[in-house]
Design a protein around this ligand. Structure first.
Ligand code: NAD
Length: 485
């Protein structure tokens, strides 16, 4: 059986006490691997290795660091099929989607190799002619990354790429539910010649490993993606040390469908973004607000499109649209949200049960589910389900729809479909979220900033903003003693 080791100071090692956890295939329930569980001593060694490697890595030129990232990108591309298969086996998503995710992580390595070369300083004139101010940006120091299981490679890659390109070293804590694919991604980086200690990785429960990473004074910044609840506890744990953090947290994302829109495109977008990865995406559509004039037509088409989605064991049914959910807890939460809505008067319009057939018997499979007759007293319309469930609600005018969309503590992503320029402009300005997509449902691209507002986070990933999270600003004031300026 496959055994995953820890990565400490360039070496692949067992846990110091030999401890391991099991990794399951959520589509079959089978144990597919064991992964070393880091002890306090292992975590301490990983942090020290990141601390020791920092000065040398920070001293390299951005071009030299970029060469390491480019070489790693090639290794990842060469292994993307195999790493994608590992991801499907441990997470449950369709194979082609998993392989696509690994390719996107390779793209992030290339992008940040280049973005690292575009960190420019400034020269600022002073009142005195012989003095000038310079502004430079320097890496913040050794960092920690804590990431979730829904996009196990990509979410980790964004952090590694930003940090390493900026000149920081890192200790990563991938999720213990899905450690295999992120560790395989990091193996590519080591095999591409990354110096020892620049990237270290430890596996284990967040409450233990995460905490130790946050509390150690060598670590100067914590980059986290996960739930709002844990993000809040990380902010609290960072506070006594005044440690810098960036948080990509939960969402509860609305989509507004105007009567002036391409209904077919809106239906396709809603189907994709509500159910892709079984709704286990922070930017998944949870709430659909549809103009009353087109509500029934839209709903009919949405149900038809949803029922066309092919569900399967991601490794065997290639291609398929949906795999299974990643864990029993996730499935239980989705069912609980559906039961809560139904008990408060909602109607189950489609889905709401396990698909029929032997292949679905043992795994966490569930049909994509549409609820109507919903309101904001129901969990499905207010709390993050993180499952394949969407509520559909009619509206009469755009102001009402925007007020409903903004009626949430979250502010991650929102979507609008309209052919009317004024409506589009109003949606883009008035929806309170860090990412608003109009007439498309892909709210993030690698070279533009991605981050949450309100309780969906702090800071950014992607784009130059994602690099500057790992840099600190230094003001240099220089008097020229012998110049005739
Ligand atoms: P989670 O918050 O339970 O765990 C995320 C990571 O934090 C895991 O590695 C976990 O081990 C670790 N952790 C748990 N407790 C910790 C603690 N006390 N201190 C330090 N680390 C700790 O989230 P999850 O269930 O793995 O992922 C789903 C959540 O992630 C959803 O809420 C989703 O919206 C969010 N998410 C957000 C984004 C984004 O970009 N905003 C992207 C993907 C997922």
């Amino acid at each position: 059986m496959r055994e995953q080791r820890l990565l400490i100071d360039g070496e692949w090692v067992d846990a110091s006490d030999g401890g391991m956890c099991k990794v399951h295939n959520p589509a079959t329930g089978e144990v597919i691997a064991k992964a070393a569980l880091a002890t306090k001593e292992d975590i301490g060694r990983a942090i020290e290795a990141a601390g020791k490697a920092f000065p040398g890595w920070a001293r390299l030129s951005p071009t030299e660091r970029g060469a390491h990232l480019r070489a790693a990108s090639e290794k990842v591309i060469a292994r993307h099929k195999e790493i994608g298969a590992l991801m499907t086996e441990e997470q449950g998503k369709p194979l082609l989607e998993a392989q696509g995710e690994v390719k996107k992580a390779a793209l992030a390595l290339r992008y940040y190799a280049e973005e690292g070369e575009r960190v420019y300083g400034r020269i600022i004139a002073n009142a005195e002619r012989d003095i000038e101010s310079r502004v430079i940006y320097q890496p913040i120091g050794p960092t920690a990354a804590i990431t979730p299981w829904n996009y196990p490679v990509e979410l980790l890659a964004w952090k590694i790429c930003g940090a390493l390109a900026a000149g920081c070293t890192m200790v990563a804590k991938p999720p213990s539910l899905t450690p295999l694919s992120p560790f395989a991604f990091m193996e590519c980086m080591i095999d591409a010649g990354l110096p020892p200690g620049v990237l270290n990785a430890v596996n284990g429960p967040g409450s233990m490993v995460g905490r130790q990473l946050i509390e150690n004074p060598i670590i100067k910044k914590v980059a986290f993606t996960g739930s709002t609840e844990v993000g809040r506890s990380i902010a609290i744990d960072c506070a006594p040390h005044l440690k810098k953090f960036s948080l990509e947290l939960g969402g509860h994302c609305p989509m507004i469908v105007s009567r002036n829109c391409d209904i077919e495109a809106a239906v396709k977008g809603a189907t994709r973004r509500s159910f892709r990865n079984m709704g286990q995406i922070c930017i998944a559509i949870n709430r659909l607000y549809v103009a009353r004039e087109i509500h029934d037509t839209f709903l009919e088409k949405l149900v038809a499109e949803t029922q066309k989605l092919k569900i399967g064991n991601g490794l065997i049914s290639v291609p398929c649209d949906l795999g299974c959910m990643a864990s029993e807890e996730g499935l239980a939460k989705a069912k609980e949200h559906i039961a809560d809505a139904l008990s408060k008067g909602a109607t189950l319009t489609c889905g709401g049960k396990k698909p029929e057939g032997d292949e679905f018997e043992k795994g966490y499979f569930f049909e994509p589910t549409i609820l109507t007759g919903v309101n904001h007293k129901m969990k499905v319309m207010t709390e993050e389900t993180f499952g394949p469930v969407v509520g559909v609600m009619p509206f009469d005018d755009l102001d009402e729809a925007i007020a409903l969309a903004n009626d949430t503590p979250y502010g991650l992503a929102a979507y609008g479909f309209t052919d009317n320029l004024d409506e589009a402009d109003k949606l883009m300005r008035e929806i309170i979220a860090g990412n608003v997509a109009i007439n498309n449902v892909d709210a993030g691209v690698m070279n533009a900033p991605y981050g949450g507002w309100k309780e969906s986070g702090q800071g950014h990933e992607h784009g130059p903003e994602g690099l500057f999270e790992y840099l600190q600003t230094k003001h240099l004031r220089v008097r020229y003693l012998h110049s005739d300026r």
